[in-house]
Design a protein around this ligand. Structure first.
Ligand code: C2E
Ligand code: CA
Ligand code: CA
Ligand code: CA
Length: 272
């Protein structure tokens, strides 16, 4: 045991120490950022086959006073592991709902939806449904305009309780979308039990669909699956007209990606 201890110490080399310190600093910075309103939501349009904007996905960024605009890939994982994703996630939900309320008095904005990413930690909170309900009540946002994006990996732990939770969210009137679909392990049998409204095809399949027939085949299978379960199917990461056309020919009628608009601080509908 002593030798193992010594080895463990030897493994804890200076570069690891630097990493641990960087992580501790990042955690402290994230706490500060949340208290001082440094997070911002960007909005990326989601469109139908006619190019009409139906809504937006809210994507968080960190407006850091020194580092500039920090993308979520650089802090979401840390926020998850230190638990800060829970209050941050609540802020994200609240901010998205406030945006919905700001739109509520004019057409066509009053019909737009906002999709919010829900992290695994956040979804796992026993009071998650109550949190969503409270935010809806506080802001007065129309529940049908709020869509929650969940990923497959967060739905596998305890299926019955996950299904209950999703059912309670649907009872509130919010929409549920399964993000990054095709990268996990959901079977058709499991999908059938989940009270979903939408499948979101992972952008990796869209990226390669024009040169890799297998990716196109997977997209076709997802669209067929969605149709047989009466779910909407949206593709993300659509950058090229040729991808949009190929998606349409495979039966996918909803899209999100740079072709239709980048994420921006002011929600900007597609101009095509
Ligand atoms: P995601 O949910 O899969 O979001 C899609 C990502 O693809 C976004 O990156 C978006 O900016 C990017 N994207 C959109 N269109 C295109 C395109 O045409 N081409 C390419 N190459 N990329 C495109 P972003 O904003 O950097 O977010 C990365 C990830 O961080 C998200 O992946 C999501 O997992 C996480 N994330 C972002 N915002 C939130 C949030 O508010 N809460 C939580 N829990 N996670 C978030
Ligand atoms: Ca997403
Ligand atoms: Ca995604
Ligand atoms: Ca993704």
């Amino acid at each position: 045991a002593k030798a193992a201890g010594r080895n463990a110490l030897r493994f804890f080399n200076p570069s690891m120490q630097a990493k641990v310190m960087a992580r501790t600093t990042l955690e402290a910075d994230l706490r500060w950022a949340l208290e001082h309103d440094e997070f911002v939501l960007y909005y990326q349009p989601q469109v139908n086959a006619q190019g009409q904007t139906l809504g937006f996905e809210a994507l968080v960024r960190w407006q850091h006073p020194m580092r500039g605009l920090v993308p979520p890939g650089e802090f979401i994982a840390t926020a998850e592991s230190c638990g800060l994703i829970v209050p941050l996630g609540r802020w994200i939900l609240h901010t998205a709902c406030q945006q919905l309320v700001a739109w509520a008095s004019q057409a066509p904005q009053d019909q737009w939806t906002i999709a919010v990413n829900v992290s695994a930690q956040q979804f796992r909170q026993t009071d998650f449904v109550a949190q969503v309900q409270k935010v809806l009540q506080k802001t007065g946002a129309h529940p049908a305009r709020l869509e929650l994006e969940l990923t497959e990996s967060q739905l596998v732990d305890d299926i019955p309780s996950v299904i209950d939770k999703m059912g309670a969210l649907r009872d509130l009137g919010v929409r549920l979308s399964l993000d990054d679909f095709g990268t996990g392990y959901s079977s058709l049998a499991m999908l059938k039990r989940l009270p979903l409204n939408q499948l979101k095809i992972d952008q990796a399949f869209v990226r390669d669909m024009l040169k890799d027939p297998q990716d196109a085949a997977i997209i076709r299978a997802i669209v067929t699956m969605g149709e047989s379960l009466s779910l909407d199917v949206i593709a993300e990461g659509v950058e090229l007209t040729a991808q949009r056309d190929a998606l349409l020919s495979l039966g996918c009628r909803y899209y999100q990606g740079y072709l239709f608009g980048r994420p921006t601080a002011q929600p900007t509908p597609c101009q095509m």
